[in-house]
Write a protein that binds this ligand. Structure first.
Ligand code: SF4
Length: 325
């Protein structure tokens, strides 16, 4: 049997370099190696943004168009929308019956996010239970593995525990998914914080060359280089530690390190090397994106929804039978 990989992303609209290096590049590799189910996690978006669902539709379309533009092939992978497969809600409900509340309360991101996102009311049942929904998303397709960054690893462990409890109580239906730890480089935004749409510091895959140039030229660097003649330290420079190290060749990095520490190059010249690489990578993506229409995203989702539904219906028939006998 093909090894199934399941992964989802909240509909955040246009994708940026953080999304690209953090998830999409990995998905592109996996689409050639495994049987992949990649989904728009629109119900997950409601676990934190339940009061403002207005942009979900547009954000879904924009995100899926970017997925197609980077090269995700909807003929090879199943690209679907979570809320279109109602079986996810049923499995979520049933798995919720057997999930102890303390398993959810010990979830590290639960506490963290409640502290960090203080402008939103996260004291909801939906937010506490979102890892159960994640378990349903993954177990529905009998995933062999889930690609995640290290911070998401506890969620997969929880999914395994839920699967184990289900299997031991009713019938062994669900394989326990492996954690496919992916090396997700931390992409910093123009202000030196993690690249994020909400920080307004992102470079988008669809930005024009002039926008990319303008944003990256003003990306913050080592503050010691206030004047052109002041030497700096690359390891204290957000541009160097993030984008330069991803895009520049070893020779270019050596040139930049030397030039920074001796002040023989300025920050603009230094960043130009990285900017050229970013422009070269995004140019073909932007060209493909320009040829895509919202109807292409809808068609990819409709085809993917149909394929996902077949699998989900089959799994739920097994689940209902196991729980009835
Ligand atoms: S010279 Fe390069 S590495 Fe040094 S602070 Fe400026 S941009 Fe960063």
């Amino acid at each position: 049997m093909d090894q199934v990989v399941v992964s989802g992303a909240r509909p955040t609209g246009r994708q940026h370099l953080g999304n690209y290096h953090g998830a999409l590049k990995n998905w592109l590799r996996l689409q050639n190696e495994r049987r992949c189910f990649f989904f728009v996690a629109d119900w997950h978006a409601l676990t934190t943004d339940w009061a403002s669902p207005g942009a979900l539709e547009e954000n879904t379309t924009e995100m899926v168009l970017d997925w197609l533009a980077v090269g995700l092939d909807p003929e090879r992978v199943t690209v679907f929308r979570q809320s279109a497969i109602k079986e996810h809600a049923e499995l979520y409900l049933l798995l919720g019956m057997l999930t102890p509340v303390p398993w959810l309360e010990r979830n590290p991101t639960y506490k963290e996010q409640r502290e960090q996102l203080q402008n939103r009311d996260l004291s909801t049942y939906g937010f506490l239970g979102y890892p159960v929904l994640q378990a349903a998303d993954v177990l529905m397709y009998k995933a062999w593995a889930v690609p995640v960054g290290i911070d998401q690893a506890p969620h997969i462990e929880l999914t395994r525990e839920i699967a184990r409890r289900f299997n031991a109580t009713y019938r062994p239906i669900f394989p326990e998914p492996e954690t496919l730890l992916t090396d997700t480089p931390k992409i910093l935004g123009t202000d030196g914080r993690k690249m994020s749409k909400s920080y307004n510091n992102a470079v988008y895959l669809t930005d024009t060359p002039a926008e990319i140039e303008a944003k990256l030229s003003r990306m913050i660097t080592d503050p010691r280089r206030a004047r052109r003649t002041d030497p700096g330290e690359p390891t204290a420079c957000p541009a160097y530690m993030s984008l330069h190290r991803i895009y520049d060749t070893p020779e270019e990095l050596r040139y930049q390190e030397e030039g920074c520490r001796t002040a023989s190059i300025g920050c603009l010249e230094c960043k130009q090397i990285m900017i050229r690489h970013v422009q070269a990578e995004l140019e073909p993506i932007r060209a493909r994106r320009a040829r895509l229409k919202p109807a292409d995203a809808r068609a990819a989702l409709e085809a993917g929804n149909a394929r996902a539904r077949v699998v989900a219906e089959r799994t739920m028939a097994e689940v209902r039978e196991a729980m009835a006998s």
